[in-house]
Design a protein. Structure first.
Lengths: 123, 526, 460
């Protein structure tokens, strides 16, 4: 039984709670009450430089693009590791060399996996 | 193996036997159950035979280390498999033997899912026995709470139309009670320690041993429940507060008004044997818990709150009585009469006098026998006609003379006619109430109203259902056959038992008095 | 360190095994790998170790935590027979591989010494779980769940990272033992304000992972939408790892500030207990109920964490183990029943006991353990957790916990009512022998640990 917790110790929490709720409720009420409401068909339409809207804004793109893109980023970032390694090649010695081999090995394993999965096949 | 362990493991073995016998042996299940219950009663009788009546402390004590846990900086806690029996638990163990045997005979009518039924029944027997025999609070709690499970399934699977509701209500109420007990148990074991093991182990060994918990010297200085430390919970002294929590836990089981509402529902929906066990033994665990645990560990708080508890007892007696008077369902009427009769137990315990406590234990035994009989009686009628409404019958004495005689005996015994056991129990608890230094006299005075009410509802029911010209609903008359031999086997010994106990009450008092005299020394110090 | 390396390598191996013609080799291989890792997990037994430039720390307790995670993973993987039959969309090798990788994250969360490792661990675990949640690609609910989990989880880890940065600002270190030392030299009112802000944000991130209220809103939808087997996976592994991480953070570096965070965490505990239990009552789907029940169990675990006594760690450990075991068996039964009935509702269990007494029994033990009825591991877990609260002297927290566990009975028993008391036309469900063995082991463990909890507790 260490320090006793008086109810007043919890006061900051309730003040915080009250403030958070109060802010949301007040904002919602105020915007609803003082904001003007004029609806018309034209206002509800999407604005596209005066030209009538046509089709969906989000055209579906083949998921393959994303795969290629993400794979590019992945290998790109991994190659960055090689720069500091190359700079410190001497001081890292053989241990560093073996570690980099291990790293490259894993990278190539991933690459092989990607090829075997057929991710790069464009058909 | 010790005799007390045998009492617990025998039914467990029976349950396993029923569970693993091939389905082709189904017809023997009830015989197996009956056999195990008979041996159980026999074993209880053997315990009684070797029991030293003059010795107030625990006998047949059996102790094995079970779980030992390190509590880090607080030392360790040891949970033991610890059994023992004294003058308070022995009568109840004997009662359990009798009632479970009667229940087993009454279970003959169960035809569906016999394997499940009889194994659950034996499991229930084991856990009830465990409750009465355990001296380790943790072990007691395990049995206490585990008991709910077989009971839940027994009501839920073989009960009446609203069985699911009744079963879950029963479970929720009693579980709430046992969780309350759990909290007190945790607070207790953190505060108390085992002086001998602690000395040996060079560290503080916390314990659940009820014998150590009952001794105020075994509480760590300045711990939550040390009598000298002034810890407070919600503005109340910690010991008083936790006593009330513990009391509430057992009060649900007893049941004490206002915690009683699960009882009528459970009784109405439960099949006859389960009602017999429920009223016959299960309720007694509440009363037993008061004496063995709540009062034993918190004597100071018990004395402090004697008036409050006495009033609760009185309210149970009177309120239960009035409710019984108002019921149209025979089984519900008996359920409320149980509430009323168990109120006497609380009154007797709360009085803290030798008469009151001896009377309370006696009343528990007496009510165990009588309520078993009452529910068998109800079951007899229900088996024949599937109707328990009091108004549906008139003049049953004509077609069913033997049934009427036995019903009359058990009604008269229940309403407290001198010569039967009910009278002695009520007399002694009331005497305790009058002599108590801890509560005002008007409580006992008001409680006597319960006896009048009992006379009213039992006699009125007897008159309405059994006397006068025969009248029932159409087509039912042909079903009203008199008692079968099996039913006689159940009812006659119970009737004899209530008469014997009523005429020679010292059978029980001889067992209880030494222990209770010792027990009451705790209170005279205060 | 060894389990982390092994799991990473095994994960890659499983991915490549997926190319082989016979898909049947995947499951036994994964199980074997998990078993090897489980054994390798304990090589440092009785040694306190520091690895990876002192960024990983471990002792017996953290090894047991990792053991629980690996064991639950083993059981869950053993129950994965369902997703192999989903046709072309299914990628079993990937699922097994991701599961193995996710365990790397879990173990890092359990035994971090440096907050960066904690972050990396959380990310590895979370990203894997996002994928597994959405693995039922043709199912809209599964997709929704994955996206929801991903978006909210990304926010949570963002906040957590912010918190780490602030703590670094306040103390100048990511190493939790250093943080503890630095905090210890100052009184509580001399601490940098950044520390408090950082602590709160870190807590938000971790509490989100263990689905404590008010950060629990994702839980029901995600648990419901994810394929059942992965629901079982995440509800056991993420919870155990999350609580181990929380304990390590609070006990390892912030114990001296308990007076400060106590009020916050206690409030969250009460909210969690109430939100989980009360909402669970109104569910009609068993799976959704289990989601809310996992929230409520987070609440019980939080009690031990909030109290932070000397025994809290073993309480959390035992409770997580008990909870994981019961959850695995509950989901194991649910998978079989929902395959038969094409529904996750309580009604699907109607009459289960009649033709399938074994499954009904497994379900009963698991529900009783979750509800905390004696003779099951769940009861012992509750007892330890309540003891912690009593030791700390927070009776009011106990009162809430008691009410919560009484409510718990109601909804856990609803499925038992359906299985035992209701009439139904459920036919006999064929159980694969191995599946059955797993259910038997889990159920036995639940009962044995309920009788002899010291079997596990004397390890730590």
């Amino acid at each position: 039984m260490e320090k006793m917790h008086l109810p007043s110790d919890f006061l900051p929490i309730f003040i915080q709670l009250g403030l958070a709720l109060g802010f949301i409720i007040t904002t919602m009420l105020v915007t609803h009450s003082i904001g003007p409401k004029r609806n018309s068909k034209l206002k509800d339409e999407a604005f596209e430089c005066g030209i009538p809207a046509e089709g969906d804004a989000r055209t579906p793109i083949s998921v393959k693009y994303f795969l290629i893109a993400i794979l590019f980023v992945l290998f790109d970032v991994e190659v960055i590791f090689m720069y500091p390694w190359a700079v410190n090649f001497k001081s890292l010695g053989w241990a560093g060399f073996v570690e980099m081999l291990l790293f490259m090995g894993l990278l190539l394993a991933g690459f092989y996996y990607v090829i075997r999965k057929g991710v790069l096949k464009w058909e | 193996m010790n005799l007390l362990s045998l009492l617990i493991f025998l039914p467990l073995f029976g349950a396993a036997l029923v569970l693993f016998l091939p389905a082709s042996q189904t017809k023997y299940f009830k015989w197996i159950t009956l056999g195990f219950c008979a041996v159980e009663l026999l074993a209880a009788a053997v315990v009684y035979h070797y029991f030293d009546l003059s010795n107030p402390s625990f006998q047949f004590v059996e102790q094995t280390d079970w779980i030992t846990l390190s509590l880090g900086s607080l030392g360790a806690v040891s949970i033991d498999y610890l059994l023992g029996i004294d003058g308070i638990s022995l009568p109840l163990v004997l009662l359990t033997g009798v009632v479970m045997l009667v229940g087993a005979v009454s279970s003959w009518q169960i035809t569906s899912r016999q394997r499940a039924y009889f194994s659950l029944y034996l499991l229930l027997t084991a856990s009830i026995m465990g409750c009465f025999l355990a001296l380790d609070f943790f072990l007691f709690f395990l049995f206490f709470e585990f008991m709910l499970l077989p009971m839940y399934f027994l009501i839920g699977l073989w009960g009446g139309p609203r069985r699911e509701y009744a079963a879950i209500k029963f479970f929720l109420y009693t579980l709430l009670g046992s969780v309350l007990i759990l909290v007190v148990m945790i607070a207790l074991y953190l505060s108390a320690f085992d002086p001998y093991s602690s000395l040996n182990a060079q560290t503080i060994v916390h314990t659940f041993d009820l014998r150590y918990l009952a001794d105020g010297h075994n509480y760590l200085p300045n711990s939550l429940l040390n009598g000298l430390s002034a810890h407070q919970i919600m503005g109340l002294d910690a010991r008083l507060f936790l006593f009330l929590v513990l009391f509430a836990g057992f009060a649900i089981k007893l049941p004490v008004v206002p915690f009683h509402t699960w009882l009528p529902d459970a009784h109405v929906e439960a099949p006859t044997p389960v009602s017999v066990v429920l009223a016959g033994v299960l309720l007694k665990i509440g009363g037993y818990g008061f004496i063995r645990i709540a009062y034993n560990i918190f004597p100071d708080a018990a004395a402090e709150y004697a008036t409050l508890l006495g009033i609760l007892g009185m309210v149970s007696i009177v309120y239960g009585g009035f409710n019984a008077l108002a019921q149209s369902d025979l089984k519900k009427m008996i359920a409320y009469s149980s509430v009323s009769h168990m109120g006497f137990v609380l009154l007797g315990v709360a009085s803290l006098t030798p008469e009151g406590l001896n009377g309370a234990v006696y009343q528990m035994v007496s009510h165990g026998v009588l309520s078993a009989m009452l529910f068998v009686v109800t079951g007899v009628l229900y088996d024949r006609t599937q109707n328990r409404q009091i108004e549906a019958y008139r003049g049953l004495a004509k077609p069913m003379p033997a049934y009427t005689t036995l019903t009359a005996i058990c009604f008269f015994a229940s309403l407290g006619l001198p010569g039967f056991s009910g009278f002695v129990g009520e007399l002694f608890t009331l005497m305790g109430g009058f002599q108590s230094e801890f509560m005002p006299k008007w409580i006992a005075t008001a409680s006597t109203l319960g006896i009048v009410l009992a006379a009213a509802y039992f006699l009125w029911t007897l008159q309405r259902m059994f006397f006068g010209p025969l009248w029932t609903q159409k087509g039912v008359e042909s079903l009203l056959a008199d008692l079968t031999p099996r039913e006689k086997i159940m009812l006659l010994p119970l009737a004899a038992l209530t008469l014997v106990l009523g005429l020679f009450p010292h059978f029980i008092f001889d067992i209880t008095s030494a222990t209770i005299t010792e027990f009451l020394k705790k209170f005279s110090l205060n | 360190m060894l389990p982390i390396v092994l799991l990473s390598v095994f994960g890659i191996v499983v991915l490549f095994l997926g190319f082989s013609k016979s898909k049947n080799i995947l499951l036994p291989a994964t199980l074997l790998f998990l078993l090897v890792t489980l054994i390798a997990n304990f090589v440092d037994w009785n040694h306190q170790y520091l690895y990876f430039n002192d960024m990983l720390w471990g002792n017996n307790a953290s090894m047991v935590f990792s053991g629980i995670v690996l064991l639950s993973a083993f059981f869950v993987v053993a129950l994965t027979r369902g997703f192999e039959q989903e046709g072309e969309a299914a990628q079993p090798a990937e699922y097994y591989g991701i599961m193995l990788f996710s365990l790397v994250g879990a173990i890092m969360m359990i035994s971090y010494e440096n907050l960066i490792i904690l972050f990396v661990g959380v990310e590895i675990l979370s990203v894997s779980i996002y994928i597994l949640t959405g693995s039922d690609k043709r199912n809209l609910r599964s997709n929704e769940a994955a996206l929801k989990y991903f978006l909210m989880g990304a926010f949570a880890t963002g906040i957590m990272l912010f918190g780490m940065a602030l703590m670094y600002g306040a103390t100048g270190s990511f190493v939790i033992s250093d943080i503890s030392e630095i905090i210890g030299t100052r009184a509580w009112n001399e601490q940098s304000q950044l520390l408090y802000a950082g602590l709160l944000m870190l807590l938000v991130g971790l509490l989100f992972k263990v689905s404590a209220a008010p950060f629990h809103f994702w839980t029901p939808d995600v648990y419901d939408g994810a394929p059942t087997i992965f629901t079982a996976y995440m509800s056991t592994i993420v919870k155990t790892a999350g609580f181990a991480a929380l304990y390590r953070l609070l006990a390892g570096s912030l114990a001296s500030l308990q007076d400060y965070w106590f009020a916050t965490l206690a409030t969250i505990t009460v909210l969690t207990l109430l939100a989980g239990n009360v909402t669970a009552v109104y569910q009609t789907s068993f799976k959704r109920m289990l989601a809310y029940s996992s929230i409520s169990h987070a609440g019980y675990l939080l009690i031990a964490l909030t109290s932070l006594t000397a025994k809290s760690q073993s309480s959390i450990l035992f409770y997580s183990l008990a909870y994981s075991l019961s959850t695995v068996s509950a989901f194991g039964v649910l998978i079989l029943v929902s395959q038969q009935q094409a529904s996750n509702n309580y009604d699907a269990f109607n009459g289960l006991a009649k033709k399938n007494p074994f499954l009904a029994f497994v379900l009963a033990v698991s529900m009783l353990s979750l509800a905390g009825i004696p003779l099951t591991a769940g009861f012992m877990g509750k007892l330890f957790v309540f003891t912690d609260a009593a030791q700390k002297g927070t009776i009011w927290l106990l009162v809430v916990a008691i009410l919560a566990s009484a409510i718990g009975i109601y909804y856990y028993f609803r499925v038992l009512i359906a299985a035992y008391f209701k009439e139904g036309d459920l036919a006999t469900i064929r159980i694969a022998p191995f599946y059955k063995v797993v259910l038997i082991i889990v159920t036995t463990l639940t009962i044995v640990l309920g009788l002899f909890p010291d079997l596990v507790l004397q390890l730590v």
